[in-house]
Design a protein around this ligand. Structure first.
Ligand SMILES: O=C(O)C(=O)C[C@H](O)C(=O)CO
Ligand SMILES: [Zn+2]
Length: 280
């Protein structure tokens, strides 16, 4: 089996305030998303989202059902979003091959039995970032390129939060059961994401930070707005944001991140904003 996985549990915000740095990282940080010729998955009990990465280098990697699913195949009762942050690659879904270039996305419907990830060149391997959520019905497997995305320009240079947000696998672009994914690029000279910050108790969220030089870092903020804590993150690490938590970060330089959500609704704009001066 080329798949490795670990399980994470839901956390009460009253318990979270007692966590030290190590415990915070154990519960919420996903330190290793990509490993050569492996699929690395984190099954979280928060909205049962699975976060992970597939990095095929020397061989194609099949998406295999993991034990917690107790399912005949991975997408028996789930849908999948994959966004490629590496070199060009392919995802084969039940015999149909989708070319997925850098920063392009593929939605894979519930019911797809055989999903296989490959790279076009082992010198520049694809890195497919994966989010999978439970699904109540089948929709259409579909590729979403950068040109298909809904683009929003946010923030400004004056407040160091100028960024371009691309909605890729969201309800305005294609039909999904609950999964919503997109990518936000921070402009050179800007460092803040998701500021002003927000919560949305209706949906959990996960971020993957990338395009971050190895000698730089992002300080990710989490927690209820009046009880924030921070997690220092390196390139290509992911972080889990429970439904009660804000999710915002500041980098020592600019960077890009992928956000993915699951839960009660698919309304991207449904957020409860918190102004910087209100944070504690
Ligand atoms: O830069 C931002 O702002 C974001 O990308 C915010 C995320 O998309 C988000 O948190 C959606 O709920
Ligand atoms: Zn959010």
């Amino acid at each position: 089996m080329t798949t490795v996985y670990e399980e994470r549990y839901a956390v009460h915000p009253r318990d979270y305030v007692h966590y030290d740095t190590d415990r915070l990282r154990e519960e919420f940080l996903v330190p290793k998303v990509f490993e050569q010729d492996r699929i690395c998955l984190t099954y979280t009990h928060i909205d049962r989202i699975i976060i992970g990465g597939a990095m095929p280098v020397e061989k194609a990697l099949p998406l295999e059902a993991i034990a917690p699913l107790k399912a005949e195949y991975f997408l028996r009762r789930r849908e999948l979003g994959a966004i490629n942050i590496g070199g060009p690659g392919c995802i084969e879904v039940d015999g149909e091959v989708f070319e997925v270039g850098t920063k392009e996305a593929l939605y894979v419907t519930r019911g797809a039995r055989e999903v296989k990830f490959s790279s076009n060149s082992s010198a520049a391997p694809a890195k497919f970032y994966l989010n999978s959520t439970t699904a109540h019905r089948e929709y259409t497997t579909k590729k979403v390129g950068q040109g298909d995305a809904q683009v929003i320009e946010l923030g400004s240079g004056e407040t160091c939060n100028q960024r371009t947000l691309r909605k890729l696998l969201v309800s305005d672009v294609l039909e999904t059961c609950q999964l919503q994914m997109g990518m936000t690029e921070i402009a050179p000279g800007s460092v803040w994401n998701t500021m002003p910050a927000h919560t949305h108790s209706r949906r959990m969220e996960a971020y993957l930070y990338f395009n971050l030089p190895e000698d730089q870092a992002v300080c990710h903020f989490m927690g209820p707005p009046q009880q924030t804590r921070n997690i220092w993150m390196a390139n290509e690490q992911a972080v889990i944001s429970p439904t009660w938590s804000l999710h915002s970060g500041v980098g020592t330089c600019n960077y890009t991140f992928i956000w993915g959500m699951a839960g009660e609704n698919q309304d991207y704009s449904d957020m409860d904003f918190v102004q910087p001066y209100e944070l504690r």
